[in-house]
Design a protein around this ligand. Structure first.
Ligand code: TYD
Length: 209
């Protein structure tokens, strides 16, 4: 029996962590075995990416292409050693970010030129073409200014990709992915509301499928 692969995605500060915890509790209550994971993953390539994002590693900071390749390599390692084996055992795997993050963020890093960003999107889709497709991608959509205010309330240092101008482009890029990946099942959820309201939409989206 194959399990189910669910992905939460969206701009930084949209509330993925809260929604994943709420969903996990419901699914476990229904008797499922649930495995929660994230990208960048805890495997070695993911750990290196995190060091760049936190400004701990400052030598050879990757540009958008090298960053997209690192994320894609991390994703394949994550697939091989964690996601696919658990799905094969019939577990529900919930992943905090997946290749829609690469599509949105690394194309937004490309710069402000829309045609260049669109070409970047296509290339990033190609290098992620071997990654296992999720059964459902839930995109939590939120105005980047609101998201920045939520992150500020949470505290902590600003990471490499959290600048407001970049986050605005990231949000615009997310909106283009359904056209690029027409076979990916997805739902976009308005994340500006209370956690309970967003959670209700998450459950409705899952139960509808
Ligand atoms: P995030 O998931 O928000 O984790 P944390 O809560 O530890 O900050 O941070 C990961 C960052 O990496 C986020 O800014 C989005 C970015 N990212 C990409 O740019 N491309 C990708 O493919 C993935 C998975 C993440």
């Amino acid at each position: 029996m194959s399990g189910r692969f669910l992905v939460f995605d969206g701009v930084d500060g949209a509330g993925k962590g809260t929604q994943i915890a709420l969903l996990r509790a419901v699914l476990e209550g229904r008797g499922h075995v649930v495995h929660v994971t994230c990208e960048p993953s805890d495997w070695p390539i993911g750990a290196m990416i995190r060091r760049y994002l936190r400004h701990e590693l400052t030598e050879g900071v990757p540009g958008w292409q090298a960053m997209a390749l690192l994320f894609a390599a991390d994703r394949m390692q994550h697939n091989e050693h964690e996601i696919v084996p658990r799905l094969s055992r019939g577990e529900i795997v919930i992943c905090d970010r997946y290749d829609w993050s690469s599509l949105a963020y690394q194309s937004a890093m490309r710069g402000e030129d829309v045609a260049e960003m669109d070409r970047a999107l296509e290339w990033i889709a190609v290098i992620n073409g071997q990654a296992r497709r999720p059964d459902l991608t839930l995109v939590l959509d939120l105005d980047p200014e609101l998201a920045a205010a939520r992150r500020a309330a949470r505290g902590g240092e600003e990471e490499l990709l959290e600048r407001l101008d970049l986050q605005r482009r990231v949000r615009a890029q997310y909106a283009k992915i359904p056209g690029l990946r027409p076979h990916d099942r997805h739902v976009t959820i308005d994340a500006s509301r209370s956690p309970e309201e967003v959670h209700a939409d998450v459950l409705a989206a899952l139960d509808a499928r």
